[in-house]
Design a protein around this ligand. Structure first.
Ligand SMILES: Nc1ncnc2c1ncn2[C@@H]1O[C@H](COP(=O)(O)OP(=O)(O)O)[C@@H](O)[C@H]1O
Ligand SMILES: [Mg+2]
Length: 270
């Protein structure tokens, strides 16, 4: 997904508001929703991760422009996104410590607290304000406990993202669950927004979409029925639509074209 391809949907804006609220309260929030609707992409944007990731992972020379880009939200508002990987809690702990330190060095350097010639001082300010854990349903009980502990000690805000089942799953951990102040449901695209997304898809195929046109309204209805507003399914469906329109040199995308594309998708769409 390129930065340009990102669509700032209503759900994305709701996610940003949710994250801001969790931050302000230094709270714990849970964000849940079905697979493929855009949770990860929203979180990446919200954490500025599409820009920060390379800088933090490659860890080479940091020019001023990139630093100010990364730190544009200023000190104390740094956000960190981490996918929950099924490794040991110790490893998660180590990785979080490692990446938090790097974020903080960048912020400090941006603030020119670090003298570039002498390198970082012994103690650096910790600037991570919000920790977002993606796919947190994969965390073990011990790893959850570790995160809760970190949340308590460092006074950071914490967001746990996962599938709808995570609410129930976390409910089993009273220590953590009793501290959850926000539960946010991430929803699929609603009709109006689906139209907006589809207009761009049509455009990509060199066509214009007119929802008032009967044939096109039917095609939109077919996409809505098949994908139920799920971004990933729309992507997959349109890869097939693109193929079909090219091979058959079609100038109009009808519901038949959409149905034919669906039938070529082997798995995932029923
Ligand atoms: N806001 C968006 N703009 C453009 N494409 C998106 C957006 N959100 C999701 N997508 C598309 O849908 C796919 C799945 O999104 P993702 O964030 O991984 O879903 P989830 O984390 O909910 O499973 C992405 O790879 C991307 O192609
Ligand atoms: Mg995801």
């Amino acid at each position: 997904m390129t930065a340009q391809g990102f669509i700032a949907t209503k759900e994305h804006r709701r996610f940003v508001e949710f994250a801001d609220a969790v931050c302000r309260q230094h709270g714990i929030g849970i964000c849940f929703g079905q697979a493929g609707i855009g949770k990860t992409l929203s979180a990446r944007r919200c954490a500025n991760w599409h820009k920060a990731e390379n800088l933090l992972e490659q860890w080479g020379p940091r020019d001023r422009f990139r630093l100010s880009d990364l730190c544009r939200t200023g000190p104390g508002t740094q956000r960190l996104l981490h996918p929950a990987v099924p490794t040991s809690p110790q490893q998660i702990h180590a990785e979080l410590g490692h990446i938090s330190t790097r974020v903080s060095i960048c912020v400090d350097q941006h603030l020119e607290k670090i003298d570039k010639k002498t390198g970082p001082p012994g103690s650096i300010g910790m600037h991570v304000e919000l920790l977002i854990i993606d796919e947190s349903g994969r965390l073990s009980a011990t790893a959850l406990e570790l995160l809760r502990d970190r949340y308590n000690r460092d006074n950071i805000a914490l967001i746990l993202i996962g599938m709808p089942g995570i609410k129930k799953w976390f409910g089993r951990y009273a220590q953590l669950y009793s501290r959850v102040g926000f539960a946010h449901e991430y929803r699929p695209l609603a009709q109006e927004e689906l139209n907006f997304v589809l207009e761009r898809r049509w455009h990509k195929l060199g066509q214009t979409l007119d929802p008032e046109d009967f044939t096109e309204a039917q095609a939109i209805a077919a996409v809505a029925r098949i994908t139920r507003g799920n971004f990933r399914l729309i992507d997959r469906l349109f890869t097939q639509v693109e193929r079909a329109t090219k091979i058959n040199e079609l100038s109009t995308i009808t519901d038949d074209v959409i149905e034919a594309a669906r039938s070529t998708l082997v798995i995932g769409i029923s």
